[in-house]
Design a protein around this ligand. Structure first.
Ligand code: C5P
Length: 224
């Protein structure tokens, strides 16, 4: 229960996911991608025809959905399995992201996912990324990081990712979607996106992934 935790919170597209995976891999610690859990609730609700305002049923899904995270290849995203189906890519769509942000604003959904998130804490340690890892889920974490970047920079990163996958996208639309998700996550009444007390704030707007990783590992060494 009291294994060490490093929390990495911040807005979507700040590079949290990539950084969290690299830090976990280099320390050989467990990894919690809490955003994936909210995405899974949204996907499970769609699959079961549960509407996004049915808070009671959404809570039951959050508590009981059958989810597995498998580390197949440490250099690839973790494989995500929902009720026996591989959904690694399905949970990453814009639509599921939007719906995740809607269900994430419901207190009983957040409550329903709390125990699952705590269960990831195990020796030798845990790296947890999300929006409220340092504020709500692991307030006693050894090291809290708040990773951010300008919405323009985050939109440009997303644009390049989509281009690399051969998909077309519109930069202005991407930036608008990012800003609207930020607004929703920052202004909700439960567990809003805000730096935790004592969090180290890293603005990655003008930093490479390698630079962010190096800075974070320097902090990790000083607490470890
Ligand atoms: O980080 P990701 O984009 O996968 O998160 C999807 C959505 O899940 C976010 O927009 C946010 O609304 C919600 N979320 C949350 N708390 C977390 C992680 C994600 O509310 N700890």
């Amino acid at each position: 229960e009291n294994s060490p935790v490093i929390t990495i919170d911040g807005p979507g597209g700040s590079g949290k996911g990539t950084i969290a995976q690299r830090v976990a891999q280099s320390l050989n610690w467990h990894l919690l991608d809490s955003g994936a859990l909210y995405r899974l609730v949204a996907l499970a609700a769609s699959n079961h025809g549960v509407s996004f305002d049915n808070e009671e049923s959404l809570k039951i899904l959050a508590e009981n959905m059958d989810v597995q995270f498998l580390v197949d290849d440490p250099d690839q995203p973790i494989k995500v399995i929902l009720e026996g189906d591989v959904v690694t890519k399905d949970i990453r769509t814009e639509e599921v992201g939007r719906n995740a942000s809607i269900v994430a604003a419901l207190p009983s959904v957040r409550q329903g996912l709390l125990q699952r998130q705590h269960d990831f804490r195990d020796n030798p340690g845990l790296v947890a990324d999300g929006r409220d890892m340092g504020t709500v889920v692991f307030p006693d974490a050894e090291l809290k990081i708040y990773l951010t970047a300008s919405s323009q920079e985050r939109a440009e990163r997303r644009f390049k990712q989509l281009q690399d996958k051969g998909m077309s996208a519109n930069l202005a639309d991407l930036q608008a979607a990012i800003q609207s998700r930020d607004e929703q996550d920052t202004n909700r009444s439960v567990a809003p996106l805000v730096p935790a007390n004592g969090a180290i704030i890293i603005d990655s707007t003008d930093m490479s992934i390698d630079e962010v990783f190096t800075e974070l590992m320097n902090h990790a060494r000083s607490v470890g």
